[in-house]
Design a binder for this molecule. Structure first.
Ligand code: NDP
Ligand code: 2IT
Length: 448
């Protein structure tokens, strides 16, 4: 074993020993470390100062009890978390996830990834993630409000516009951000930009709702453009049917592609005729307003069929996983490749298992890892913070241009650090580009 491989193995053994059983966290760290160790092999200062070791340990983990009362009068207890991972380049920043699968491992993987992602945006934001094992599905609006108020009653003391600025993620959208912001303001008696993804009436930014999905598609368009190709005329498989998936559909449509699948946790729909703008309007109302299931889409439109499972056996040119982590395994990656898929851009965080990533990389298709591909959401969150601090509002045109330019810059940084003999390793490029800025800031701080 060469020295780099030996360091990597020793490092991963340390991470696993310190955080036993945190599989998702180990997965995220090992994917990053496998590309950083070769990069720092001839840069001893990063070893000496234990930079990656320090980056793989959150600054702070906050865990708390969240009691709330359901509509039947029962007292329920959930667990709340905020993982403040790294604030070397700016205040902690990252979403809140409400989903029954939330645990410390999931939030640590997300917070670790967020640190690199936020660095890639070029904006001054550190990395964090939080949330709860609360399941918003089937809950009344009042139950969700009571839960959000209880959650914020503990969280408020740990966050602030210059300390830590949460936002949405799975299960946390405009409704939840409204309840959370209302409670923060009430407790603190201060109206500040402590959350992003706010409603337009109370300090939200234009384009924030659309930003992640749009950005994921822009990244794919940038990769294709570099190869003299484009999304126009391409068949696209998308998973998920929430915020990210919906606006990815919209942007694919704008660019002349055709989206043929969408999914949720019960299954997927296949619509060979494509998700036209009127079908997308139906979907957004179904998922965001009526909080229904994707199966209802196939009940509404004859052109669509519903099946259980994931959409990856439907032939496509481009795949945009936009649901959750580990939703493409090796077999599904190989199926996509066999069916002619030439590009994957990850709207979700860590949607591809390590073996699936290796399959995409071995095939040398255009593979954009989540920390680069879905950075558009947090980038516009950063712009929301700037607007709030300056008490100004930018126009939709300005923000859409800033988002597009940011995705282009991130793409170009990945190429700068990931260009190899006959292809671009976007995974290594994103990891290294994200690492350098945070690492160099940490070097400046000395032994902190
Ligand atoms: P939403 O809650 O709006 O939608 C989530 C979608 O994913 C739903 O269709 C949901 O289906 C599906 N889903 C969630 N968990 C599972 C699961 N375990 N198995 C199968 N399907 C699942 O969330 P977002 O669209 O905001 O987030 C989607 C992904 O994008 C996440 O990975 C998130 O971390 C990432 N992301 C989000 C950003 C944002 O700005 N919102 C920014 C960057 C990344 P169901 O309704 O059945 O639960
Ligand atoms: O994963 C992510 O980047 C998000 N959920 C968005 C974070 C943010 O602060 O906007």
């Amino acid at each position: 074993m060469d020295k780099t491989a030996e360091y990597l193995q020793r490092f991963m053994n340390g991470v696993k020993k310190r955080s036993p059983g945190e599989d998702e966290f180990h997965q995220a760290v090992s994917e990053v470390a496998a590309t950083i160790f070769p990069y720092i092999a001839d840069k001893p200062i990063y070893h000496k100062m234990q930079i990656l070791e320090r980056m793989a340990e959150p600054d702070r983990v906050i865990m708390f009890r969240v009691p709330w009362t359901d509509d039947k009068g029962n007292i329920r207890n959930q667990r709340g978390y905020r993982v403040q991972f790294n604030n070397s380049i700016g205040p902690y920043k990252g979403g809140l996830r409400f989903h029954p699968s939330v645990n410390l491992s999931v939030l640590k993987f997300l917070g670790f990834e967020q640190t690199f992602k936020n660095s890639l945006t070029g904006l001054p934001m550190g990395g964090a993630k939080g949330g709860s094992d609360f399941n918003p599905k089937g809950k009344s609006d009042i139950e969700v409000m009571r839960f959000c108020q209880s959650f914020m009653t503990e969280l408020y003391r740990h966050i602030g516009e210059d300390t830590d600025v949460p936002a949405g993620d799975i299960g946390v959208g405009a409704r939840e951000i409204g309840f959370l912001f209302g409670q923060y303001k009430r407790i603190e008696n201060r109206f500040v930009g402590v959350l992003t993804g706010k409603g337009m009436e109370f300090g939200g930014s234009k384009i924030r709702t659309e930003a992640t999905g749009y950005g994921t598609v822009y990244f794919m368009e940038n990769m294709l453009e570099r190869k003299g190709n484009s999304i126009e005329g391409k068949t696209v498989c998308i998973s998920g049917s929430g915020n990210v998936a919906s606006y990815a559909v919209e942007k694919v449509n704008h660019l002349g592609g055709k989206v043929v699948t969408l999914s949720d946790s019960s299954g997927f729909i296949h619509d060979p005729e494509g998700i036209s703008p009127d079908k997308l309007a139906y979907l957004i109302d179904l998922k965001q307003v009526r909080r229904g299931r994707i199966k209802q889409f196939a009940d509404e439109y004859n052109s669509a069929t519903f099946q259980e499972g994931r959409p990856w056996n439907v032939p496509c040119d481009i795949a945009l996983p936009c649901a959750t982590q580990n939703e493409i395994n090796e077999e599904e990656a190989l199926t996509l490749l066999r069916n002619g898929c030439i590009g994957v851009s990850e709207g979700a965080n860590m949607p591809t298992e390590l073996e699936g990533i290796h399959a995409f990389q071995n095939a040398k298709i255009l593979y954009a890892p989540s920390k680069a591909a879905n950075a558009g959401g947090v980038a516009v969150s950063g712009l929301e913070m700037s607007q709030n601090s300056a008490r100004i509002t930018w126009s939709e045109e300005e923000l859409e241009k800033l988002l597009k330019d940011t995705m282009r810059t991130i793409h170009d940084s990945c190429v700068e650090f990931g260009e190899r003999k006959d292809h671009v390793d976007y995974l290594a490029g994103a990891n290294i580009a994200g690492f350098v800025k945070v690492a160099d800031a940490m070097l400046s701080f000395g032994h902190t």
